[in-house]
Structures are given as structure tokens and as C-alpha cells.
Design a protein around this ligand. Structure first.
Ligand code: NDP
Length: 462
């Protein structure tokens, strides 16, 4: 029998890789190693979800101070220090990365601080030390990397990777994109006092989400002071001196900024990994092609997380990693079910969404019932802030099963976690209604909406 240095070698210590390695050990795997070229914790912990949410909390205070005045408080003059925030954020990220590292070590996983690339299907080369090791099973969990457009002056822009390490808060920011990252960062910078312009190639941000979510988020972006320019993209970026850049848009508009940021998607991070030497095949979109058990085209090589471009979210990578470990080391073939995954967008107000959008449900089901409501959150009732909360249930009219829940408003991400249980469990509208409301909350609307909403075009046809 061939002797390998490791039973499992994981490339990438992000959410998926760390969970897979620890679970593999728990299932009784022998020698397990994880190689990480940057920092243990991956995108989510180091330069994604976690630091992003800290920045969201920081930026929300500007609105909270105004709100406080409506409730009788005099908060006096407030100032904001980007430098202090970044220092505190960095300390927290160091702490978390340390915990991830210790958890791996304490589980008996060897952590290798190096870049690992394939030499063949069982052989890995560690780039910095030049050492070569072999492994029976190899898991690729290298995640994704921001996509940078191929335009003149592209190098003058930054991505979310660098946004977390800016030395000062920019006065003027131009952000390209209308997805998660662009919308979240537009409001992070705006809330901290920057002038923000967001440039989106479509007409309404957050494509892929329910249309009511999209229009609500879009109008909240504008209402909060973000200048949103639609139907255009960057043509080129010019250095105009003094640290300033000029963005030329394809519609002829020119925008001057201190920071220009791309948030136009992320690509699987496969470059230079030596996949061709191992025989691992890629899908047309550049992602590693895997089956339901995360197995690649090569029997002993698996891949989880963003590098497979299935559903690019941290908790999904974690579940895929755990399913891989159960399949390969736990003797229990487990295919992670990617349906009805709840997700949140940390805009201000935020989004919580699970299941089918109205448009997708109408494509799949014959009779769709829609329940929706829009109201002023109670916390704003003493203010003149016009922001509204939107809630929507997408229901199969034949079975009454709730197919989708979509919320925009304060605490939407917290609410959607619980609504996600109900949607995943396949509960019906009657079962929602059987739950007694919690009063006074916004969430109570989820169990009290009883009037079906008819789209104007269907109403006309009735
Ligand atoms: P998204 O895929 O969410 O959005 C990309 C945006 O860029 C879209 O608006 C898209 O337009 C636009 N775009 C794509 N290509 C171009 C181009 N060539 N020129 C101009 N515009 C372009 O990517 P993000 O970068 O925002 O985020 C990456 C991933 O990170 C997300 O898919 C998500 O999975 C994850 N993420 C999750 C978060 C969360 O859960 N809260 C937070 C942040 C990131 P169009 O709509 O027309 O396609």
C-alpha cells in the first residue's frame, strides 16, 4: 500500500477548510494538515464578513446619534476616528485568527504557513520552503479573489481586500458594482461621512434578490445620500495628482475620488494552483467542478467553498466542509442540500432573504399568493426619517407552503435566520398564522399578514 505523508491535506484555512480539517480529525482521520498562504481564518474572518460587520456597526452610529435626539437625548458634538476604528478592528481580527489557529492545533491538525500547489494528484509543493509532501486525500478550499476589470488605469482602484486597511477615511469614494459588497460598502463609507458614488451597470441593485427587496434597498441607498449612477460602467481611471483619481464612465460622466473601489464580483482563486498537473477540471466559469459530494474530476481530490462557486457564503462553505469530512472520513456519504439558504445583506437598513423570489416562484409554480407589507418601524416613529420596513411572503397558492420570505429593515438578518427554519421545514401559511404574534415587534407581521396582494397587471386581468 502506498504510504503518504498525510491522510488529508487541506489547501486553504478559511471557513470551509478549517471545518473540514477539524471534522475529519473528529471522524478519526490520521495525519491532517492545512496550508494557508495568508492568514488563518480566510476571507470571512480576515477581510470579509467579520471586519465588514464591525465597519457596519461603526457607520450606523451617525444615524443612531440623530435618532437619539428624537428620544430626548442631547448627544453633543461627535467625532469619528477611522484610525482608531481600524486599529480596534485589526486587534479583534488578530484575536479571532489566533483562535482559529489554536482550534486547529488543539484538534491535532498541523497548520502550515505556506502556499501549497499541486505537483500531481497526490503531491503538494510548499512554495516558500520548496518542500514536497504527499497526501492520500486533498481538499481544495482556497476561496475566491476579487475581480478587477481590464481597463486603463485599473491599478489605481482597490477592492474590498484593501478597503479594510485604508490609512484614512476617504472624502470621496466611487464604488463599481451593485451586489452585496458594493451596497454594503457604499453605506459603510456614507455613514462614516464620506461622499459616495455607486456605479451600477443595471437599473436596480442586488440582482438575484426579490424585486421588492431590490427596489427598497436601491431607494434606501439614495435616501441615505449615496449617489447611485445606473446603466453605465467604468471606462478608465486617471491619476489626477494629489492622491486623487478621475473615473471616466462609459456614459461620459467623470467622477473625482480619493478612493475608487471595485465590487464587481469574485472569481474562484485557482490561478497558479497547478490544477492541470493534478488533472482537476474546471467548469466553464473557472470554478472547480465538483459533484454533490464535493468530489472533483480526480477521485482523491475534493473542493469546497467559493472555489466551487455554488453558493458563495461562509456558512455554506462550512456545511460543505463538514459534509466532505462525513463522506470521506465518517463513512457517511453526505451531499449538502443547497436549497433554501437564508442570507443577509448588511446594508442600512439590512436585508434578510430566504427561498424563492416572487419572480422565480411565478416561473416554477402555477398559483402564487403574495403577502406583503411596508410600514414605518416603531423606532422611527418619533423622528422624521422616512425609511420603511418591507416584509413579504411568497406562498404556493395550491399547497399554501411558504416558498420565500424577504425582509428589508432593522434586524432583518436576525429575523431571517428563524424564518429560514420555517421555509426549510416546508411550513404552510396556515402554520405561520397559527403562531401567536410577539407584540410590539416588526417580526409579528410575519404571522399576521392576511391580505393577499395582487400585482397591478394581474388585477387588471381579473
Ligand atoms: P456580486 O456577485 O454580489 O455582485 C457583483 C456586481 O458587480 C453585480 O452588481 C454585477 O452586475 C456587477 N458586475 C459584474 N461584472 C461587472 C463588470 N464587468 N462591470 C461592471 N459591473 C459588473 O459580487 P460582490 O463582489 O458584491 O460579492 C462577491 C460575493 O461575496 C457575493 O456573491 C457573495 O456571495 C459574497 N458576499 C456575501 C455577503 C453577505 O452574505 N452579506 C457580503 C459580501 C460578499 P449585475 O447585477 O448586472 O450582474
Amino acid at each position: 500500500m502506498t504510504q503518504y505523508n498525510y491522510d488529508l491535506f487541506v489547501i486553504g484555512a478559511g471557513s470551509g477548510g478549517v471545518r473540514a480539517a477539524r471534522m475529519a480529525k473528529r471522524h478519526g482521520a490520521g495525519k491532517v494538515a492545512v496550508a494557508e498562504e495568508y492568514r488563518v481564518g480566510g476571507t470571512c474572518v480576515i477581510r470579509g464578513c467579520v471586519p465588514k460587520k464591525l465597519l457596519v456597526y461603526a457607520s450606523e452610529f451617525s444615524k443612531q446619534f440623530k435618532l437619539a435626539e428624537s428620544f430626548g437625548w442631547d448627544v453633543g458634538e461627535s467625532t469619528f476616528s477611522w484610525e482608531n476604528l481600524i486599529e480596534a478592528k485589526d486587534a479583534e481580527i488578530d484575536r479571532l485568527s489566533g483562535i482559529y489557529w489554536r482550534n486547529l492545533s488543539n484538534s491535532g491538525v498541523e497548520v502550515i504557513a505556506d502556499r501549497a500547489v499541486f505537483e500531481d494528484a497526490h503531491t503538494i509543493r510548499l512554495v516558500n520552503t520548496g518542500k514536497t509532501v504527499t497526501a492520500d486525500k486533498i481538499l481544495i478550499a482556497v476561496g475566491g479573489a476579487p475581480f478587477v476589470p481590464d481597463i486603463e488605469g485599473a491599478e489605481l482602484g482597490i477592492t474590498s481586500n484593501e478597503a479594510f486597511h485604508l490609512e484614512t477615511l476617504p472624502e470621496h469614494v466611487v464604488i463599481a458594482g451593485g451586489g452585496y459588497i458594493a451596497c454594503e460598502f457604499a453605506q459603510i463609507f456614507q455613514g462614516m461621512g464620506s461622499n459616495v458614488c455607486q456605479v451600477y451597470r443595471g437599473d436596480t441593485v442586488l440582482r438575484g434578490f426579490d424585486d421588492d427587496v431590490r427596489s427598497q434597498v436601491h431607494s434606501e441607498l439614495v435616501r441615505s445620500g449615496v449617489r447611485v449612477i445606473t446603466h453605465t460602467v467604468f471606462e478608465k481611471i486617471e491619476d489626477i495628482g494629489g492622491g486623487k483619481k478621475r473615473v471616466h464612465l462609459t456614459n461620459g460622466t467623470q467622477l473625482d475620488a480619493d478612493v475608487v473601489m471595485y465590487a464587481i464580483g469574485r472569481n474562484p482563486y485557482v490561478e497558479g494552483l497547478g490544477l492541470e498537473k493534478a488533472g482537476v477540471e474546471l467548469a466553464e466559469n473557472g470554478a472547480i467542478q465538483v459533484d454533490a459530494y464535493s468530489q472533483t474530476s480526480v477521485d482523491n481530490i475534493y473542493a469546497v467553498g467559493d472555489v466551487t462557486n455554488r453558493v458563495n457564503l461562509t456558512p455554506v462553505a462550512i456545511r460543505e466542509g463538514a459534509a466532505f469530512a462525513a463522506t470521506v472520513f465518517g463513512g457517511k456519504p453526505t451531499a449538502y442540500d443547497h436549497s433554501d439558504i437564508a442570507s443577509a445583506v448588511f446594508t442600512q437598513p439590512p436585508v434578510g432573504s430566504v427561498g424563492l423570489s416572487e419572480a422565480d416562484a411565478r416561473k416554477e409554480f402555477k398559483n402564487i399568493d403574495i403577502y406583503k407589507t411596508s410600514f414605518r418601524p416603531m423606532k422611527l416613529s418619533l423622528t422624521n426619517i422616512e425609511s420603511r420596513m418591507m416584509m413579504k411572503l411568497v406562498v404556493d397558492g395550491d399547497t399554501q407552503r411558504v416558498l420565500g420570505v424577504h425582509i428589508v429593515g432593522p434586524d432583518a438578518p436576525e429575523m431571517i435566520q428563524l424564518a429560514g427554519i420555517a421555509v426549510k421545514a416546508g411550513l404552510t401559511k396556515d402554520q405561520y398564522d397559527a403562531a401567536c404574534a410577539v407584540h410590539p415587534t416588526s417580526a409579528e407581521e410575519l404571522v399576521t399578514m392576511n391580505e393577499k396582494w395582487t400585482p397591478p397587471e394581474l388585477k387588471a386581468a381579473e
